[in-house]
Ligand binder design. Structure first.
Ligand code: SAM
Length: 225
């Protein structure tokens, strides 16, 4: 096991090195979903990733594992609350693992416009879960992730996230990879025990040829009631 994998394994089995005001199990991406994110990025040959939401660093370590080895990788992580809310736990674990990354401590709505003009292979989105902020993240990521690249999103069970994702699927040609999270964690839609269980993560491929739809072609995208 390499150093990044070893530190991710330690985090998953022993928990974070210090206690803070956030519950690890509730906040962090489960280990098996982290494995699937890593495997998907490796299968894609991704060398550059923009990640939103560092927190405890489980997903960031999985992304770092995928990017390790070889040269020319880039891992940009955006999170305005890493120090004040997470006491730099995710950052410190990445440093201990020897991972290469750039941490931008701004809200994604501020950081992503500054990345316009760069191109990355994939993104992992697990930041603000408010509809308007996820929607804006995708607005910019659509211009930052290369044509044919991957958008991976956590918490597709949450109506706010799911509704934002569905706009891009139904109107902008993002195509779900239905098998990407087979074997991953399932969650009830809207955390309602009576509702359908769905994979918590969803992977989508951007169209090879980006396009702007005519406003007359708008497809309603609201999910649920
Ligand atoms: C669910 S946690 C991410 C968990 C992380 N993927 C892990 O595996 O530990 C959500 C993160 O999004 C960050 N966040 C909240 N609002 C944000 C915003 N507007 N822009 C970027 N990150 C934000 C929070 O500080 C928090 O670290």
């Amino acid at each position: 096991m390499n150093r990044i994998a070893a530190i991710r394994h330690r985090l998953a089995t022993e928990g974070p090195p210090r206690t803070i005001g956030h519950d690890f199990e509730t906040v962090t991406l489960p280990a098996r979903d982290c494995d699937l994110v890593r495997d998907l990025l490796v299968a894609e040959g991704a060398r550059s990733v923009v990640e939103i939401g560092l927190a405890f660093g489980s997903s960031a370590l999985a992304v770092a594992e995928a990017l390790a080895g070889g040269s020319g990788s880039r891992h940009v992580i955006i999170d305005p609350f890493q120090q004040p809310a997470f006491d730099n736990i995710g950052r410190d674990l990445l440093l201990e693992a020897g991972a290469a990354f750039d941490l931008v401590e701004s809200p994604s709505s501020v950081a992503l416009p500054q990345l316009l003009g760069t191109s990355v292979d994939a993104t992992f989105v697990d930041g603000s879960h408010r509809f308007h902020e996820v929607f804006v993240d995708f607005y910019y990521l659509r211009k930052i992730v290369r044509p044919g690249g991957l958008v991976i999103v956590d918490d597709d069970w949450a109506p706010s996230v799911r509704t934002a994702v569905r706009y891009y699927e139904r109107n902008l040609g993002w195509t779900a990879l239905p098998d990407a999270f087979v074997g991953g964690t399932l969650r009830h839609l809207d955390d309602d025990p009576a509702a359908e269980s769905v994979p918590r993560c969803r992977a989508l491929r951007l169209p090879d040829s980006p396009f702007e739809p005519r406003f007359e072609d708008f497809v309603p995208f609201q999910v649920g009631g």
